[in-house]
Write a protein that binds this ligand. Structure first.
Ligand code: 4AD
Length: 431
């Protein structure tokens, strides 16, 4: 008899199979027991009919506890009423591992309790669906950039520079000096673009965010593409193609997970259509002011402003060309407005705020150096970065997508902490 995973049950209708499972819940009467089963690939129901099995098997079924692991044997049938659409009519059960009282029961639990028990909570349906969508987005990312001619070029995680500003750095002893945990791979991706044309990094990123918000983690994963011989316009087009591709991949391959999360695929389908709308920073400030928000030109957008702006659009929206004072040094100066950089943030719809930050890079040695001096950077620490402008500098652009921000939006979650297996936040380092 074949051993299968639940996910493959549709290929084995009317066949007898064996599956290694855990019990998530159970209901039983004198004559029949309904076992809710999971095996890490899907959730479905096992039906144990007393008259069809030995007395011993029915007794085992009745006594099974939540999270007991066992092999179940039986015939697969269609079950149109369930999420999954199939069930197993049980003929035999063999217990593998007994379970103590499982802390996460089918009733509602508070979020702090669930996070304290993240190592066990991950077995539940909601994290199951989110982590599978996370995996889909990771796979789609590799596929997309491979198709577009990029190579993956890994940036170091221990660094000596701070591309996104010095206030959010995690420092660590590094022999007789200090190192920082990477807050962006971008500067190294620029190196890569000069050597390999189109590159991207995808790795953990660290920011000592002291604020507790639903949009910030201290450790998150960022995808950072960088393209040589490319201006901002082409970069924006890659960004919208990439986001549309991610959403389409989830629609193509994660319908079951979307159903578990109650996420309406028709809403997501809107985001597969490009181009996305664009407004300038100047226009976005005006839009907020007209909406009664107290904000002045020169201010950065916080969560309420980003939500307000994105609420005016049905798709992700690009906000273009921010004031220099609120963005990092490496961005290219605007050709006609000396107070602006050529950059863009992409804001996700439905109130999710910024998911991408990107820009054209300053390719001119003197202009870049002047900007660094103005922003008080230690030029010596960046000598290798400045070198890129000395030896055949070319226009180049890039961007960074926060993976957890994308997951939170696509899965329609309230908080980034559910978008990563083990969230790291100001007050959470365990499990
Ligand atoms: O806008 P950011 O800071 O841009 C950069 O780091 C650039 N170096 C990217 C580049 O051009 N290569 O961050 C980029 C994205 C944000 O849009 C957001 O999605 C995510 O990274 N992000 C965070 N995600 C979770 N927690 C945090 N604390 C985040 N900070 C930024």
């Amino acid at each position: 008899m074949q051993q299968i995973n639940i996910i493959d049950a549709p290929k084995h209708v009317d066949e007898e199979v064996k599956i290694g499972v855990w019990l998530t819940d159970k209901r039983s009467s004198g004559k029949i027991a309904f076992l809710q089963l999971r095996d890490g690939t899907a959730y479905f129901q096992g039906v144990v009919v007393k008259s069809n099995v030995s007395e011993e098997v029915f007794e085992i079924a009745k006594k099974l506890r939540q999270e007991t692991s066992f092999y179940v044997t039986g015939v697969i049938h269609q079950d149109k009423r369930s999420h999954f659409g199939y069930e197993i009519e049980v003929s035999n059960l063999e217990v593998v591992g007994e379970s103590e009282d499982f802390p996460i029961t089918p009733k509602e639990h508070g979020i702090e309790f669930l996070l304290d028990n993240r190592h066990l909570w991950l077995r539940s349906r909601r994290p199951f669906a989110i982590m599978r969508i996370r995996d889909e987005l990771i796979r789609a990312t590799y596929t997309f950039f491979h198709q577009e001619g990029f190579i993956k070029f890994d940036a170091p995680l221990l660094t000596g520079t701070a591309p996104e500003g010095t206030t959010e750095l995690f420092a660590t002893d590094y022999f007789d000096t200090e190192a920082y945990l990477s807050q962006s791979g971008q500067l190294y991706e620029e190196v890569g673009a000069m050597a390999f044309d189109k590159v991207y990094s995808f790795g953990p990123t660290f920011r000592a965010e002291k604020s507790k918000t639903r949009r910030h983690l201290t450790e998150f994963w960022m995808i950072e593409p960088e393209m040589a011989f490319m201006h901002q316009e082409e970069s924006l087009q890659i960004q919208e193609r990439y986001i549309a591709f991610l959403v389409q991949s989830v629609l193509d391959n994660c319908q079951y997970e979307l159903k578990l999360l109650d996420r309406d695929p028709e809403i997501l389908a809107r985001y597969t259509k490009t181009p996305y709308p664009r407004i300038s920073y100047d226009e976005a400030i005006k839009l907020c002011q007209e909406g009664g928000i107290d904000i002045q030109w020169g201010d950065d957008f916080g969560a309420p402003e980003e939500t307000y702006i994105s609420d005016q659009f049905e798709q992700p929206v690009f906000v273009l060309n921010y004031p220099k004072a609120i963005k990092p040094f490496y961005m290219k100066s605007h050709p006609t407005r000396d107070d602006l950089y050529i950059c863009a943030d992409m804001l996700a719809p439905e109130g999710y705020g910024e998911i991408i930050g990107g820009s054209e890079r300053e390719a001119d040695y003197d202009k870049l150096k002047a900007e660094m001096v103005k922003k008080g950077l230690d030029l010596e620490a960046y000598d290798w970065y400045l070198d890129l402008r000395k030896y055949g500098s070319v226009p180049h652009a890039g961007f960074g997508l926060g993976l957890e921000r994308a997951i939170t939006w696509i899965c329609h979650l309230d908080h980034l902490r559910e978008a990563i297996p083990f969230p790291r936040m100001i007050n959470r380092l365990r499990p």
